[in-house]
Every structure is written in C-alpha cells, then in structure tokens.
Design a protein around this ligand. Structure first.
Ligand code: HEM
Length: 462
C-alpha cells in the first residue's frame, strides 16, 4: 500500500515542482522583469490573459520594458517582446531559428489548412514562399488594380442605395466590408466570383462566425492543452465546426495559379491561407480607417481634398499612377496600420522543442512614445510627414506586415487595394460617429471591432 502512497507523493511533488517551484523560483527566466503571478494554476489569467491582449501588452511593456516575463496556464512562462533589437534578431536576422508558436494550432489549421505556409519553417517554408512569390510580384499586383477600383465602386453603389433620398443613414460598415474584400480575393486570387455583396453567401457568413469568435489568450491556450473540448457538441462549437466545413468545401473548389506540383493537401492549404490572409486583414484595416476618419473630421476633410484632385469627376476610375501620388492617403494607410495593426501580435518560440513561447507585441511597439511621440495613442496621419518620426521608423518598429523572410507576401496588394477602395469611398461619402454607439476590440486574434462599427454616412454632393 505504501508504494502507492510514495508514488502518489512523488507524482504530486513532481507536478508542484514543474508547474510552480521551477517556473516561479528557479528558472533562469525569473530574472526577467514581469508582474507577480496571480494564481497557482491560472498564471496571469485574472490580471490580463482574459483581456484585450494588445492594450495589455502595451501597458506591460511600458511598466516593465522591452522584454517581460509572464505566466500562462500552469505557470508556463511566456516572453512578451517589444524591444526592436530583439525583434530584429527574431524576425529578420535569425528568422529560421525561431519557429512560429501556436497557442491552439488545431484551431488555426482548421481555417488555414494544415499545410499552410503560415505553419512551416526552414526548407518547407522557403519552397512554398518561392512558389508563391511570383503571384505577388509588382507587375502582377498592378494588374489587379482595376479590380480594386471596381470593388470601391461596388461598395459605393451599395451605400448610395442604402442612403437613398435621406440626408444621412446609420450603417453598420463592418457588415459589408468583409464581403467586398472577399469578392476581391476571389477574383484576383482564383479568378472566381463569390458575389458575396450581391447574394448572401454561406462562405462570407462562415468567415464571420470563425473570425468574430471572441476568445481570450487564456481560452485559446486552454483549448490547445485539451483539444477534445473543440469536439464537444456545444452550440458554439457546432456553429464553428459547420462554418469550418463551409470554408473547406469552398476552398476545395478553387484553384491557385502555381506551376509546380503540389499535393492535394498543400494546394488546399494554399487556397485556405490566401482566402483568409487576403481578405480578413484588408477588411479590418478598411473598417478601422473609416472609424478613425469619422472621429477625426480634419483628417477626413484633408484626405477628401487630396483625393478630389484626381477624382474631381466622381465617375472617373483613378489610375494606378494617380493613386500612387497621393501622399496623405499613404499617411492615412500607415497611421491606421500603426494604431490598430490588424495582426496585433506574432508568436514565436525560442527553439523548436519545448522552447519558451514569445509574443512579439506589434501593438505595444506601435504605441511606444519613444518612437512615435507623446501623441502615440492618437490617430494623426501627419506624423508620417514629420522628419523626426520618419528618421526613427525602421522595419523592426513598424511591423504591421511583420518583417524578414516570413513577412507578409500580400503587402503591396493590401496597400493598393486599401488605397483604391478608400479613395473612391472618401470621394463619395462623409462619415460621422454615431453618438452613444460603443464597441470593443476582440481580445485575441485579428484586431476586429466587436460587435462591429456603425457610422453615419451621407453623400458628398459635389
Ligand atoms: C492590411 C492587410 C494585411 C496585413 C496587416 C497583413 C499582415 C501580415 C502579417 C503580420 C504576416 C506575418 C504573420 C506571422 O508571421 O505570423 C502576414 C503573412 C502573410 N500574409 Fe499578410 N497581411 C495583409 C494582407 C495580405 C494579403 C492581401 C495577402 C494575400 C492575398 C496576404 C498574404 C500573406 C501570406 C501568404 C503570409 C505568409 C507569409 C510567410 O509566412 O512567408 N496578406 N501578413
């Protein structure tokens, strides 16, 4: 009998040592500054892991510095990184030595495919990247430009109809913008018309269900530890699993334009990755920009004035060169990406096996007053014209598209799509905040406004 007792005591001692004594008192990571732990089992759940992770990480970085230690479930240590010198090493100089880390890999694989470029490292990554790169060349992206302008006009037509003869109309902008960008990626990525702005498509709704699921970093980790939770037939899981099935079925029907031989699963992975990476991020930044312009009427007027120089005639389709010359539009794009980076954090691991997970907080870096000035919390597109700020910006502190060999492949495409759509929209409408309307930011994943953004929209009559 006492053998069982000894085994039981040994087991408990091991658990206590591994999950409490070692991480909290003996690990070399204890020397790194960070907040005191709240709970033996839940780590920092109560103080911040259940909250909006971007804002929390900016606060922690301000309090403790560019590298902060914090604790997840069972006191697993994490590092919160916002020091641009470390970022330079991890993302750029030694990118392949720091593989991506996923709190809940199965959940992401559900909608990006298990063989996605997003998950692989070293040779597999280099191979996929080489294969995909030509589709994103400058010349190819430039050819997509008319599709982007047309998308701006499609959105314009929808809102003109919605406003009708009224002076202004309250519109939920986040209901339609993801459909606009989904249609765009369908056409430019796969030569396929989803027509999601004209008919209700299951696919657009499926993405809403998956992306708008608002769960904390803690919950994601918890489900990552116990993946069977995902299979429980709760109403939320059922909705989610049905949505994933819709995405997988729709992706299976599409074809990516690559020459090299790919297995069926690799192909499916690429389609799913491009669909998700190519429309949810762009729709996020387009939604936020309209909110910030509504909140800052001076910036809105200045942008409209600049756009009117090339779009005096409202039916004129702006050319690529005309759009590329709009300097304030460029500032507005960068400022929106700075203040609300659609991907607020990147996860990496210090090494392949059981390495310490690192959360690189793009949000914290983008809100650091030592780089962006004392008004870093505010939307101010003109900062991008300030020579002092310009001299401080580098590819390791402006990270909306990440940096280095795994940076965003669709960067130029997103840039052009944003500018084409926004210029048509701002030429044709004025945006105001709805008094008393509040929303929050999703706690984890993409920086989505939740439940969405309502604005007052009126037509520009000149
Ligand atoms: C404003 C819009 C966008 C933002 C802010 C954005 C941001 C990012 C970020 C931060 C990453 C790095 C993720 C990580 O390291 O974990 C990334 C990767 C990627 N993005 Fe984007 N993205 C945008 C639009 C697009 C578009 C339009 C496409 C394609 C149609 C695209 C395709 C990709 C791909 C394929 C990767 C993986 C690259 C690799 O691992 O080598 N993105 N994006």
């Amino acid at each position: 009998m006492h053998y069982y007792l000894i085994a039981f005591v040994a087991f408990i001692s091991y658990i206590v040592y591994k999950n409490y004594i070692y991480p909290l008192y003996l690990s070399p990571l204890c020397k790194i500054p960070g907040p005191p732990v709240d709970s033996f089992i839940l780590g920092h759940y109560h103080s911040f892991l259940s909250k909006q992770i971007g804002e929390v990480s900016a606060r922690l970085a301000k309090q403790y510095g560019g590298i902060v230690r914090y604790y997840g479930l069972f006191n697993r240590p994490y590092l919160l990184i916002s020091d641009p010198k470390i970022v330079q090493q991890v993302l750029i100089n030694r990118a392949y030595e720091y593989p991506k880390h996923f709190l809940n890999i199965e959940a992401i694989q559900d909608f990006a495919g298990a063989h996605s470029i997003l998950f692989v490292n070293k040779d597999s990554h280099k191979r996929q990247r080489k294969m995909m790169q030509p589709s994103f060349s400058f010349a190819n992206v430039k050819e997509m430009y008319p599709t982007f302008v047309q998308a701006g006009h499609n959105l314009k037509d929808i809102w003109v109809k919605q406003i009708g003869n009224k002076k202004e109309e309250r519109v939920s902008i986040t209901d339609i913008i993801p459909n606009i960008t989904l249609d765009v990626i369908g056409i430019v990525g796969f030569n396929y018309e989803f027509n999601s702005t004209k008919t209700t498509t299951e696919l657009a709704q499926a993405y809403q269900t998956v992306i708008m699921r608002d769960r904390s970093q803690f919950y994601e980790t918890f489900e990552g530890f116990f993946p069977f939770i995902k299979k429980l037939q709760t109403p939320d899981n059922k909705r989610y699993n049905e949505a994933i099935e819709v995405i997988q079925n729709a992706s299976a029907k599409l074809k990516v334009p690559v020459d090299e031989q790919l297995t069926y699963n690799e192909l499916l992975g690429q389609v799913m990755t491009l669909l998700i990476a190519g429309h949810e991020t762009t729709s996020t930044v387009l939604s936020w920009v309209l909110y910030f312009l509504a909140k800052n009427p001076d910036a809105q007027d200045r942008l409209r004035k600049e756009v009117l120089d090339v779009l005096a005639d409202r039916d004129h389709m702006p050319t690529f060169d005309e759009i590329e010359h709009l300097k304030y539009l460029e500032c507005v794009f960068k400022e929106t990406l700075r203040i609300v980076p659609p991907v607020p954090s990147l996860f990496r691991s210090t090494s392949k096996n059981e390495g310490t997970p690192m959360l690189i907080s793009i949000h914290a870096i983008h809100h650091d007053p030592s780089i962006w000035g004392d008004d870093a919390e505010y939307f101010n597109p003109s900062r991008w014209l300030d020579p002092v700020i310009k001299s401080k910006v580098t590819n390791s502190n402006f990270l909306a598209f990440s940096a280095g060999p795994k940076n965003c492949l669709g960067m130029k495409m997103a840039d052009l799509e944003f500018k084409a759509i926004l210029s048509v929209i701002i030429r044709n409408f004025e945006f105001k905040l709805v008094e008393g309307f509040n929303f929050e930011m999703k706690r984890f994943g993409l920086s989505k406004p939740t439940p969405g953004i309502d604005l007052l929209i009126s037509k520009v009559d000149y």
